[in-house]
Design a protein around this ligand. Structure first.
Ligand SMILES: NC(=O)c1ccc[n+]([C@@H]2O[C@H](COP(=O)([O-])OP(=O)(O)OC[C@H]3O[C@@H](n4cnc5c(N)ncnc54)[C@H](OP(=O)(O)O)[C@@H]3O)[C@@H](O)[C@H]2O)c1
Length: 245
């Protein structure tokens, strides 16, 4: 029996982070070839995954992104989907965060998603199919007090996804977001250290935090043909958000 993503090629940015790595493994297990990119490439992380190809890319640099896309084209001659999962840490009180902190988040996550999408989209349009999933975050509708830059960018990404979904749906391209809540990961830990343990945004209706694999499952669904009628939307993977008191 053929696997769900047999012969398909997916590009994941931020693939050496917790959520990106889980997604790369999930897609590879389902038969895909996966281009796993980040600035720093740990050759050991996917050493046992022959269908995961590491590629060093800086999504804050448009030339680096375009060069990466050209390398993917040359090596695989096809691309079926793109997952953007980059960010940097910029946690703290609003009054303590600088322009530079905000700019780094915008560059790594908002423009860091725009650039790979802009590089890959013409191919998707030309072939009449393609699926894009941006990892945004629950902060986009409920910003934790120490996470305003990331939360603002999440809201912007969700809006972008909605616009792109409507704009390019008629051309066969689906564009969605997965918005995680608290997910067990180094990023969650570093955010939690600047946030009181009782902060309601850390609590979830379902037993949490979630796992990177929970996010990977949602991404795989949105990339798959099961989601053929789903575009321009965001899927929360957040344990339902804070429970009612
Ligand atoms: N973990 C959570 O609880 C949670 C909750 C909600 C939303 N999210 C979102 O989910 C996404 C992934 O989170 P995560 O926990 O996997 O984060 P992570 O472990 O910090 O991974 C982030 C990845 O982004 C890469 N990156 C950062 N800047 C880059 C750049 N300029 N060019 C290329 N790669 C860059 C990092 O690698 P290099 O530094 O080597 O480039 C790393 O691979 C992020 O957008 C995050 O905001 C996470």
């Amino acid at each position: 029996m053929s696997k769900l993503f047999e012969d398909r090629v997916f590009w994941i940015t931020g693939a050496f982070g917790a959520l990106g790595a889980a997604t790369a493994r999930r897609l590879a297990l389902a038969g895909a070839n996966v281009i796993a990119s980040s600035r720093n490439v740990d050759t050991q992380l996917f050493a046992d995954w022959p269908h995961v190809v590491p590629l060093s890319v800086d999504v804050a640099d448009d030339r680096s992104v375009r060069s990466a896309f050209a390398q993917i084209e040359e090596r695989f001659g096809r691309l079926d989907g793109l997952v953007t999962s980059t960010n940097v840490a910029a946690f703290g009180d609003f009054l303590d965060l600088t322009d530079d902190d905000w700019q780094r988040v915008i560059d790594a996550k908002l423009l860091g998603s725009v650039r790979p999408i802009r590089a890959a989209l013409p191919r998707f349009i030309a072939q009449g199919h393609g699926a894009i999933v941006a990892i945004s975050g629950r902060g986009g509708i409920a910003p934790p007090p120490n996470h305003f830059p990331g939360s603002s960018v999440n809201a912007a990404l969700d809006l972008l996804v909605q616009g792109l979904g409507r704009r390019y749906g008629p051309l066969g391209v689906r564009v969605n977001a997965v918005a995680p809540g608290p997910i067990r990961s180094p990023r969650f830990d570093s955010m939690a250290t600047t946030q009181a343990a009782t902060e309601p945004t850390r609590l979830t209706a379902l037993d949490g935090p979630g796992t990177p694999e929970d996010v990977a499952a949602a991404v795989a669904y949105l990339l798959s043909d099961d989601a053929r009628f789903v575009t321009g939307t965001r899927l929360y993977v957040d344990g339902g958000g804070p429970p009612y008191a």
